[in-house]
Design a protein around this ligand. Structure first.
Ligand code: BG6
Length: 483
């Protein structure tokens, strides 16, 4: 049996995609509350003011806020031994200075963690998952301003002290590396530029007017914040463990032309390796310094940052993995979509309904790469298939495609463990359906539990177990043997 006895099996959610109750319990708005829905999943405008009669998916999402006990018991029913979820910063502080804690918000998560304890699920908490409070995003331009680090750390200190002993696994930022891409400025860094905050509408399908330099500056502030989280977590409870969370877009050279191989290496370093290298090895790697100077990127770093980042590296490496794509120097060939960025089509792979290439072997490859590079415990904190599920005439949801996807990826993960990778946990993405981050659609479903809710916000939120529910329960029960 390759998986260790204490392997963490579970699922992962993000507050803005799952909780709903966007203005209940003292919560103030976060950036996601201003992004409109769209049944086509395209041209989802963001504007700094809310419009009457418009559907905003985050406002009710799938209403976990009011289904919390039902949902936690559904998850425990699959035998989960861990649960990854994020804490909505905007639920914890009502004021943009982060001085007055919102006890109602704190009580909400306290209840979740108590229930997790009772149900035998170890919480893995993402401190910030694409949902910075709106006021901080507009006033400070998110993490572009260094002062946001202090605000964030007030939030971190409060939740770490409050949930001491109940939460031991922490992830400072979801997919921190997405700040390397133009669209990540909004989601991952919380930057709302002044012109957008003042009046303008912005379509997330267009790139935000945020320069590369500003994105790199914001990223630097997030590195400093992550290191401060590691330091604080260890001070508060030596049993705390802090990981990074990298959105791993594994890439292959399209051909064996050495130019493609080099182009692929460069892309992989920028998109995947750079952030992990800083957070796990404790300094900016030489290749990124060279790239920054070639691209005229000059960031402001405080003298103490170097030491802080060096001394406070992560305890484990966590990442999301959904798909792979190909790179060619010529950028010729058919393009495919992907998690935030697309790439070139791999003729050996099938794609999902949303054009993401399905590549279970790529997970094994990625685990080995990461093990060799960092030698840290690894956790796969997102993996899954977004698909259009249908409720059949028998009232059931038959999702053999999802079972096949999960089975094939878990099998490859098991092989990787068998071949030496130190994988400590696996959390499938959104085991109860939730709103898609990239498209805002409900119809892009990942769950083993179906939620009656559509792309326009209709439905009674009833939960129905899909076929994959029983399958995942068997998988966990057998510690990954019965696939
Ligand atoms: C990851 C995010 O990038 O992918 C999640 O961390 C997101 O928030 C998940 O939901 C799946 O992507 P999507 O766009 O299909 O929801």
């Amino acid at each position: 049996m390759p998986f260790p006895k204490d392997f963490l099996w579970g699922g992962a959610f993000a507050s803005a995609q799952f909780e709903g109750a966007w203005d209940a319990g003292g919560k103030v708005p976060s950036i996601q509350d201003f992004v409109r829905g769209s049944s086509a999943g395209k041209d989802r405008a963001f504007s700094a003011r809310l419009h009457e009669g418009v559907y905003y998916p985050s406002h009710r999402a799938v209403d976990f806020y009011h289904h919390v006990d039902e949902d936690l018991s559904l998850l425990a029913g699959m035998g989960f031994t861990c649960l990854r979820l994020s804490i909505a910063w905007a639920r914890i502080f009502k004021d943009a200075k982060c001085l007055v804690p919102n006890e109602e918000g704190l009580a909400f998560y306290n209840h979740i963690f108590d229930e997790c304890g009772r149900l035998g699920m170890t919480p893995v908490v993402t401190i910030n998952h694409f949902d910075i409070p709106m006021e901080i995003a507009c006033k400070n331009q998110g993490f572009l301003s260094r002062s946001t680090i202090d605000l964030y750390m007030r939030f971190v200190k409060l939740i770490m002290e409050r949930y001491r002993g109940k939460v031991r696994h922490w992830l400072p930022f979801n997919e921190i590396n997405f700040g390397m891409m133009p669209m990540g400025a909004f989601k991952a860094q919380g930057i709302v530029p002044p012109e957008v905050a003042a009046s303008g509408e912005w379509h997330p399908s267009h790139n935000l007017p945020v320069s590369l330099n500003d994105r790199m500056q914001a990223l630097h502030h997030q590195f400093v914040a992550s290191a401060q989280v590691v330091k604080l977590a260890h001070e508060i409870d030596p049993g705390n463990r802090v990981g990074c969370m990298i959105g791993h877009i594994t890439q292959y050279p399209l051909t064996c032309d050495p130019c493609d191989v080099l182009a692929c290496q460069e892309n992989d370093r920028l998109i995947n390796k750079f952030c992990g290298d800083v957070l796990a090895r404790g300094s900016y790697p030489p290749y990124i310094r060279a790239w920054m100077s070639k691209n005229d990127v000059e960031i402001v770093e405080d003298p103490q940052d170097v030491q802080l980042i060096k001394e406070n590296t992560i305890d484990f490496y966590a990442f999301s993995y959904y798909m792979t794509n190909c790179i060619s120097e010529q950028f010729a060939g058919e393009r495919v979509d992907g998690n935030l960025i697309g790439g070139l089509k791999n003729p050996h792979l099938e794609t999902s309904e949303w054009g993401w290439q399905v590549d279970p072997c790529g997970l094994r490859f990625t685990l080995h790469e990461l093990q060799d590079r960092y030698g840290l415990p690894l956790m796969v904190v997102e993996n899954g298939l977004g698909a259009r599920d249908q409720v059949s005439a028998d009232g059931c949801i038959h999702d053999p495609y999802r079972i096949a996807y999960l089975r094939d990826h878990i099998r490859e993960m098991r092989r990787a463990v068998d071949e030496g990778a130190n994988v400590i946990g696996y959390t499938a993405w959104s085991p109860i359906d939730s709103v898609s981050a990239s498209t805002g659609q409900m119809s892009k479903r990942y769950g083993m539990v179906y939620v009656d809710r559509d792309d326009e916000g209709n439905g009674d939120m009833a939960r129905i177990k899909k076929d994959s529910y029983a399958w995942y329960r068997r998988c966990i029960e057998s510690n990954g043997e019965a696939l």
